[in-house]
Design a protein around this ligand. Structure first.
Ligand SMILES: C[S@@+](CC[C@H](N)C(=O)[O-])C[C@H]1O[C@@H](n2cnc3c(N)ncnc32)[C@H](O)[C@@H]1O
Length: 341
């Protein structure tokens, strides 16, 4: 008797992955979760009236969201699950909607051209003939979604990093490419003796200053506008440097350059922390890191590197005592840390 073939079940799940992500994006774009948080629940007919859509798609959307764990049903009414209430309702402290919007508006069209990116080794979300990097210029479309998206991802990841990496005794953090300041906000909340500087491109630190003010931390978190490739030195006077989701944006030469600048800016005993979705040393996964790496193909010249690669580069510029700590968060699965002797 012939052995039964391997089931194609995993292929069905892989190939339809975008059905689930588009369901989440559409429900969020229609304001479903905000509506349910306010109204307490809905039937398909009520949703149709409130959203100005027909009953058929309203019922289908509610069923699909329930199947994905975003809604639960009691009697004939659908309500947000705790997951949706916590992360998908605008105004909540850990609102994840910025990330969803960037995925749907910016990355989804870029991923539609993934084969082209693989064939050409060029990004698909911007034109490398017209600009030097993803971050160049003040593209209002990018401004609107990119840093909100990073904030959604990083505000939660920063808490996991803060719990995993010992910052005891550190007083002044320099967050290189600190974006919206999410890490600074969370780490300063966690470590009462810590002050921080968000160092990023001038138009980005304006975004960070606003987030910091909203968090009531302007007295402990400052900003410094600059460019880590063009400035003569990075801001000094810090005993700890964080690079969160920076090195995966650039190629190895640029990364070695950034690490050398960090080394120069730290005093003896200074700590460097690289927070990333680390690919394992065997280069077989894990999937969130490996897929983020492909995301870097459509967006940047970089990729997601391994802890061993970072350790080599850190030691080459002079850092010692390299240690990797693993944790579980959406924007990073580990931190590679080292000390300037
Ligand atoms: C992927 S985001 C990471 C933001 C933040 N570290 C986080 O984890 O939320 C990369 C950041 O690097 C900043 N960046 C890019 N090129 C830069 C440069 N030449 N100098 C300073 N910052 C830069 C971007 O503006 C952006 O905020």
């Amino acid at each position: 008797m012939q052995a039964s073939p391997v089931s194609p079940g995993p292929l069905m799940e892989l190939s339809t992955g975008f059905w689930a992500s588009k369901t989440l994006a559409a429900a969020h774009e229609l304001g479903l979760f905000a509506m349910l948080a306010e109204a307490g629940g809905t039937t398909p007919d009520e949703l149709a009236v409130r959203a100005g859509i027909e009953g058929r798609p309203a019922a289908m959307l509610l069923t699909a969201c329930a199947s994905l764990g975003l809604l639960e049903k009691t009697g004939d009414r659908y309500r947000n699950t705790a997951l949706a209430d916590t992360y998908l309702v605008p105004g909540q402290p850990y609102y994840f909607g910025g990330w969803l919007q960037m995925l749907d508006r910016r990355l989804y069209p870029g991923w539609a051209n993934l084969t082209k990116a693989i064939r050409t080794n060029r990004p698909t979300t911007w034109n490398p003939d017209e600009q030097e990097s993803l971050f160049e210029g003040e593209d209002p479309e990018l401004l609107a979604v990119f840093w909100d998206a990073m904030h959604s991802l990083s505000i939660f990841t920063a808490r996991a990093l803060g719990a995993a990496v010992d910052l005891t005794g550190r007083r002044r953090l320099l967050d290189v490419g600190g974006g919206s300041g999410a890490y600074d906000i969370e780490l300063c909340k966690l470590c009462p003796e810590l002050n921080a500087t968000v160092y990023d491109l001038p138009f980005v630190v304006e975004i960070a200053a606003k987030k910091v003010a909203d968090a009531g931390l302007s007295d402990r978190i400052g900003t410094a506008g600059g460019d880590f490739f063009r400035d003569a030195t990075l801001p000094e006077g810090h005993d700890c440097i964080l690079l969160s989701m920076i090195l995966h944006d650039w190629n190895e030469d640029h990364d070695r350059d950034i690490l050398a600048r960090c080394f120069d800016a730290l005093p003896s005993g200074g700590l460097i922390v690289i927070s990333e979705l680390l690919v394992n040393d065997e280069k077989t996964g894990p999937a969130p890191a490996a897929l983020m790496s492909l995301n870097m193909l459509i967006e940047t010249e970089g990729c997601n590197y391994t802890a061993r690669e970072y350790a080599t580069w850190l030691e080459d510029v002079g850092f010692q005592g390299v240690r990797t700590t693993y944790f579980d968060a959406p924007g990073a699965n580990g931190a590679v840390c080292a000390i300037k002797p």
